[in-house]
Design a protein around this ligand. Sequence first.
Ligand SMILES: Cc1cc2nc3c(=O)[nH]c(=O)nc-3n(C[C@H](O)[C@H](O)[C@H](O)COP(=O)(O)O)c2cc1C
Ligand code: SF4
Length: 302
Amino acid sequence: MNEKVTTTIDPDLCVGCGQCVRVCPSGTLSMRDGKAQVTGDRSLNCGHCQAICPVGAITVSAIDEAMSQFVNFRTDKNWLGYGDFDTSQLVRLMASRRSCRNFQAAPVDRSVLEDLVKIGCTAPSGTNCQLWTFTILPTREAVMALGKGILNFYVKLNAMARNRLLRLFLKSIGKPELDSYYRQYYANVRKGLEDFSRTGVDLLFHGAPAVIVVACKKQATLPKEDALLASQNILLAAHSMGLGSCLIGMAAEPMKRDPKLQIVIGVPNDEKVYAVIALGYPDENYQQQAGRKQAAIRYFES
Ligand SMILES: Cc1cc2nc3c(=O)[nH]c(=O)nc-3n(C[C@H](O)[C@H](O)[C@H](O)COP(=O)(O)O)c2cc1C
Ligand code: SF4
């Protein structure tokens, strides 16, 4: 909302239909003498005015054309109208995406990872701030460098959680987190750490050859929501491009708690990590969709 206006309107092209004014969420444009004009000094730079103008009179220079250009597929840039898509295919894609726990070692081309980031950025963001960041770990070595930091975090956490007196003391002063961690995760994490040191089996990233870490600048309006919406786009697109994906909360949570872990992969302190996405070609195939548990739906009508 606080951005400088980057919209320009060609008065010779404008036919005065007023549609840009109607869709502008920040009141940046007005009709004057039968033509649209930029009259505000602040803008979301969302591009709605440019997208709706029937005569191409509007340019929003904050919008980077390169973000709509992809290397691995061609896409129609014309707007898909409301209802002009096969919902059954959309739902089939959504319901077929699975969290992949078995990846092939084959690397993922950087252009594929960059296309995924651009697809992520088609998500909505609070006040259109788009302050998300995407740190690509494109090799198994890079993934394991992050993995080592995460494993050390859990070694220390498990050492603390093993200490019964410490758990009880923290609980007694209103900090039950270590005790709940002990009850819910300690044993599995200990087994994961032991397996990794004994056999090298990677239960954290499931052997993924690439990772995208989705973070957001702290000054974003709604950083967590923005990062997670972009992440969901990436997961769906990965499936459509033949890749398996898995959100790794077991890596994201330590990164939220220990700022040193994000510095290791070059994410600065003015950003917060919200998602770690393991990516790679899948070494698993399903026979059918998995389905879902019953949802809690309620109505309020009054
Ligand atoms: C926030 C979040 C964190 C997750 N963390 C992990 C994780 O650390 N390791 C893992 O193997 N799966 C993780 N998952 C995957 C879930 O287990 C998975 O989404 C769930 O079992 C449903 O399966 P599906 O994704 O195939 O539909 C995570 C999912 C979410 C949404
Ligand atoms: S949408 Fe285009 S033609 Fe219509 S008023 Fe705005 S600038 Fe003019």
